[in-house]
Design a protein around this ligand. Structure first.
Ligand code: ZN
Length: 202
């Protein structure tokens, strides 16, 4: 089968950057996954709806970007429920996956969270670089079949990097799919409280 990768964007939506990324995805018929902060949904409903409509997946990145390992169980469940409700009110479909802010989780989180936790295996470090060429190189130098790539739809440099990454990786035979599509294609059944960072061919 084709080489598959999942581009993922955290911390948005942020209209200016997210819309530009959606333009690029749409232009190339590519899909990505957005782990969005629930309290940002209301101000960016159209962007979230558009992402969903072009086949992107919307996951939760909590309601207010809290490190779940520092919360009580009920605070954690509140963060997740408010976020999932806000997202599904716009997309019309339930939220199936989440990414913990700061990659933070512990045994209590794993035991109580009602979602699979999606980590990453390729880090663009775009939050640090804020430089399209460096973001691009970071991904191109470490990408592999089945990778989950971490980016943030907050920085114009990230949107610029994506404009080059998508056609260049497609030219190398990669197909851009959502996280759920990637895991399903590779035979993983996602389980609540488990972490996933890649899906190499088995
Ligand atoms: Zn984050």
């Amino acid at each position: 089968g084709p080489k598959l990768i999942a581009l993922t964007f955290d911390d948005g939506p942020y209209s200016a950057v997210t819309s530009r990324i959606l333009d690029t995805l749409e232009k190339h018929g590519a899909k990505a996954t957005f782990f969005i902060v629930g309290n940002r949904v209301d101000s960016c409903k159209n962007v979230v709806k558009r992402a969903h409509n072009i086949g992107c997946e919307i996951g939760s990145h909590t309601w207010s970007h809290k490190n779940l390992s520092k919360l009580t169980v009920s605070q954690m469940q509140e963060e997740m429920k408010k976020s999932a409700d806000a997202i599904s009110a716009v997309t019309g479909v339930p939220v199936k996956i989440m990414r913990p802010p700061e990659g933070g989780y512990n045994d209590t989180v794993k035991k109580n969270i009602q979602y699979p936790m999606i980590m990453w295996s390729v880090d663009s470090n775009d939050w640090k670089y804020r430089d399209a060429k460096k973001d691009y190189d970071a991904v191109m130098n470490t990408v592999f079949d089945g990778a989950i790539i971490l980016m943030h739809d907050l920085y114009p440099a990230t949107a610029e990097a994506v404009e080059k990454l998508i056609p260049d990786l497609m030219a190398k035979g990669y197909k851009f799919v959502t996280v759920s599509e990637l895991m399903e294609a590779r035979g993983y059944t996602l389980q609540n409280g488990k972490t996933y960072s890649q899906a190499r061919p088995k």
